[in-house]
Design a protein around this ligand. Sequence first.
Ligand code: NAP
Length: 341
Amino acid sequence: MSAMTTDAASRPTAPLRLGVLGAANISTKALYEPMQTVDRVQLVAIAARDRARAEAHAAEHGIAHVADDYEALLARDDVDAVFIPLAISLHHQWTLAALAAGKHVLCEKPFASNEAEAREMVEAADSAGLVLVEAFHWRYHPLADRLVELVAEIGGATAIRTAFTVPIPARDEVRRTFELSGGALMDLGCYPVQWARFVAGREPVTIDATMVPDTAPGRERVDVDTRMTFDFGDGLIAELHTSMADGVERASWIEVDGPGGSIRVDNPIAPQFGHRITVTRDGATTTEQVDGVTTYHHQMEAFVAAVLDGAEVPTGGSDSIATMAIIDECYREGGLGPRGT
Ligand SMILES: NC(=O)c1ccc[n+]([C@@H]2O[C@H](COP(=O)([O-])OP(=O)(O)OC[C@H]3O[C@@H](n4cnc5c(N)ncnc54)[C@H](OP(=O)(O)O)[C@@H]3O)[C@@H](O)[C@H]2O)c1
């Protein structure tokens, strides 16, 4: 667990007053819907580059204030914390600005463009005594803890295979632009990277990666399809695949082999929309599901508890730095180079 606790005397009191930077697509699921069901939090302000878009989001979702721009939102005294769902290249700059303004931060995944940025963000939060969480929402659903139990029950992992593939259209600027820190590994592959590390319970010793770059002019450093092999030592190998190629199957899954059996999880990314855990032991196969609400509801609850109560959260801090270090190494191995460089 990452230690994210704040000094009790400096914690805001309920309700936590939240602001959001950007009128982002993901905010519907990750912010506006959880606001309907999570206690002790209130969305009070929004800012976007285009004020009209911010006003449209505010009208639709009952947000009281529209700030002129991101800086103006961060200057508001009635905002305790911000959600940052901006293009990845902007996470570092606006997380640092939010922390400097005394705001706690829930920042979308992947945390930053690269390891160096991630490290600077974590150090800034630590020295300000503020909560900084990476919005790796899947980790907050009870399915994640059930997976840990099952891995222990099969005697630990001896092999891991995992994938997250979604076709993403060429017009998607955020995911297909190097300067915005796009790429399949950044947008989608960060999940399999975290799944493999999570199941292994340690960091890879060596990494191999093969990348298929975008063929469109100016997008040569954007990976469309990436395969990775992580060697965790002691014989544990993980094979990972991510792709945003045209026509690729929409799928997310994790497979784990151990001395006492094997596990397959279908749809760890969004178990609220249906998932299946299949366990094979001693020649017998069973399937199960884990109760829970949306990953985003669980995540928002955890963020609110971290800020208001000093509760620990599992994503952010050293975990985010480790994820970004591995992503950087994959981009070096794949020949396209880390983002933000
Ligand atoms: N947790 C999840 O399930 C999930 C799912 C999808 C995405 N994400 C993550 O959420 C973040 C945003 O994704 P999204 O799909 O919501 O993206 P998006 O709506 O396309 O863009 C997000 C915001 O980034 C800003 N932006 C976009 N293009 C820009 C540009 N060229 N220059 C400067 N700013 C730009 C815009 O802010 P303004 O509104 O102020 O213009 C926009 O609202 C990413 O980190 C992504 O990886 C998470």
